[in-house]
Ligand binder design. Structure first.
Ligand SMILES: Cc1ncc(COP(=O)(O)O)c(C=O)c1O
Length: 412
């Protein structure tokens, strides 16, 4: 079978073993060794305060700066356009607070009913300031956001549209670039949730031309942190969240009150190191490509291909079971979905199914996954939402075979 060299890939992730098959990766991926060693190194050798003139402080500062630069390179942005925080939820709340004075009473904001609440709740709070909140509703049959749905809520009063690049609930990928173009034509800004997309596909904020984009680094093989990209022109107009005496020269620090976590930020080059090593390994060369953006694109192409072949047997199993309703795209096609699969089983509580697999050390889960409004719209709360199986490129075909066998029994 062609595809990634799975033993090599798995060797890059110390938390993986042959005992437990981890299919809860949309909840959080395990960290790459290259990330873990950087956290340990930083804490063992530095651990001093930044910004002082003594050598160790200068060296520690350089490592944190390099982490920031790596986070920016990860999404093809420059470091002064990226803010880091402990979670995507916190990033969006920071952005919403910083933009508070730019969206005025009488303006409108569009949120979806498919997104994780992270990209809804913070924007809905603008209603308290007299901003109209409109809901871009997903197509109930396909569980996807559509251009037609967007057209229904867009007009010249809309100042910002917040939507998801990929649903964490059903795994469907959206044509975010086309949405952004339409949003810009209407004179509004876009804020894209890339959390469910970034572990599986390359993020290029410049190609998307989006105004804001965020993702959780703990789902992209990194530490428990998140990044939010914003175009420089928006940060320049936004209100600082930091101390009054920190002026424009403070750059993105203006939106990182309390500063970033030093040791975790210093570990972020480890994410790139893993992806670049993966690309080099696939190409059979010893050295990673110096052209990071090209290498990232190739690495993610390999990841997409691998994940499609991993998820195919699962999709086929679910489509073969008559009482199963597979959510989102009815295919393993990498252009349409990521390897995050949500489904319900007629007459069954979703909570019952993961429990049947727990005993076999196959880790999946159930719930609304904070896409609470989507679960409401689909009437899924009474049966505890969907069963979700989410894969990463480090899963093996052997694990998938175990999963499919166990699920087949649990569904019969
Ligand atoms: C699609 C999506 N958006 C946002 C979030 C929130 O991320 P965080 O835990 O970093 O706040 C999650 C977390 O699961 C998610 O899946």
């Amino acid at each position: 079978m062609s595809g990634l060299d799975t033993p090599w890939v798995r060797a890059q992730f110390p938390a993986l073993d042959d005992q437990v098959a981890l299919f809860d990766n949309a909840g959080g991926s395990v960290p790459a060794r290259s990330v873990i060693t950087r956290v340990t190194d930083y804490m063992s050798k530095y651990g001093v305060q930044l910004g002082a003139s003594y050598a160790r402080s200068v060296q520690a500062g350089a490592l944190v700066d390099a982490g920031k630069a790596a986070a920016a390179a990860f999404v093809n942005a420059s470091p002064d356009e990226v803010i880091l925080s402990g979670s995507s939820t916190q990033c969006v709340r920071n952005a919403a607070r910083a933009l508070r004075e730019l969206i005025r009473p009488g303006d409108a904001i569009v949120v979806t009913d498919l997104d994780h609440e992270c990209n809804i709740g913070a924007w809905r709070e603008f209603a308290e300031a007299g901003v109209e909140i409109r809901e871009w509703q997903f197509d109930r049959d396909t569980q996807a956001l559509t251009m037609m749905g967007l057209e229904r809520v867009l007009d010249s009063r809309v100042k910002l549209v917040a939507f998801t690049h990929c649903s964490n609930f059903v795994g469907g990928i959206h044509d975010a670039k086309s949405f952004v173009k339409r949003i810009h034509d209407a004179g509004a800004l876009s804020c894209i949730d890339g959390v469910a997309y970034a572990p599986h596909r390359r993020v290029d904020v410049q190609a998307l031309d989006t105004d804001f984009y965020f993702l959780s680094l703990y789902k992209t093989f990194g530490p428990h942190q998140a990044l939010l990209y914003g175009k420089r022109e928006h940060w320049d107009r936004a209100k600082s969240l930091n101390h009054f005496f920190l002026g424009d020269e403070a750059g993105s620090y203006r939106f990182e009150p309390g500063n970033v976590n030093h040791e975790l930020t210093a570990s972020l080059p480890g994410i790139l190191e893993h992806l670049l090593a993966l690309d080099a390994h696939v190409r059979g060369v010893a050295q990673p490509d110096a052209d990071v953006q090209t290498a990232l694109s190739r690495a993610y192409d390999a990841i997409a291909q691998q994940e499609a072949s991993l998820v195919q047997p699962l999709i086929e199993l679910l489509l073969a079971h008559q009482q199963v309703k597979l959510m989102g795209p009815q295919t393993h096609d990498a252009a349409k979905r990521v390897a995050t699969v949500g489904f319900t089983v007629q007459g069954r509580d979703s909570a019952g199914i993961p429990a049947m697999l727990d005993a076999q050390d196959i880790a999946i889960r159930y719930g609304h996954f904070y896409a609470h409004r989507a679960a409401t719209a689909l009437g899924l709360h009474a049966n505890n939402g969907v069963v979700r199986v989410s894969m990463a490129h480090y899963n093996s075909h052997a694990e998938v075979a175990r999963l499919v066998k166990a699920l087949d029994r649990a569904l019969s």
